[in-house]
Design a protein around this ligand. Structure first.
Ligand code: SF4
Length: 119
């Protein structure tokens, strides 16, 4: 992992922790949203569903949302989809699914996880 990739992981640590937490102790609603998101990703209508791992920020975390630019120069987030789908404050960069957690809820979660609040 290069310095830019480390910075990207650090910048998104809150969403990563949230996704991990929700994956472990997800309620039925979160599981349902995550399942729907994963089905959308797996359909690969976006062209960014990466099973090879070439476009993953962290090697070995596929399937991920490829951060290799598409024909229009748009990149996915490079996130492991097994985690990203469970992060309720995360959205799809290409607009295929939206965040379902508002800023206040995300701040509550960050406090609970002892993470710095967003500026
Ligand atoms: S998060 Fe969006 S762009 Fe990434 S694989 Fe899923 S649908 Fe595609």
């Amino acid at each position: 992992m290069n310095l830019e990739q480390v910075k990207q992981v650090w910048k998104n640590k809150g969403k990563i922790f949230e996704g991990l937490k929700n994956r472990i102790i997800a309620d039925q609603n979160i599981k349902s949203i995550a399942t729907d998101r994963l089905l959308i990703c797996q359909s690969n209508k976006c062209g960014a569903y990466d099973l090879t791992g070439k476009g993953c920020v962290v090697k070995g975390t596929q399937p991920c949302c490829s951060n290799i630019p598409d024909a229009n120069g748009v990149k996915g987030c490079g996130c492991s989809l097994k985690i990203a789908a469970y992060s309720m404050s995360k959205d799809c960069r290409k607009g295929f699914w939206a965040a379902v957690m508002d800023e206040n809820k995300e701040d509550e979660l960050r406090t609970e996880l002892e993470l710095p609040l967003k500026n």
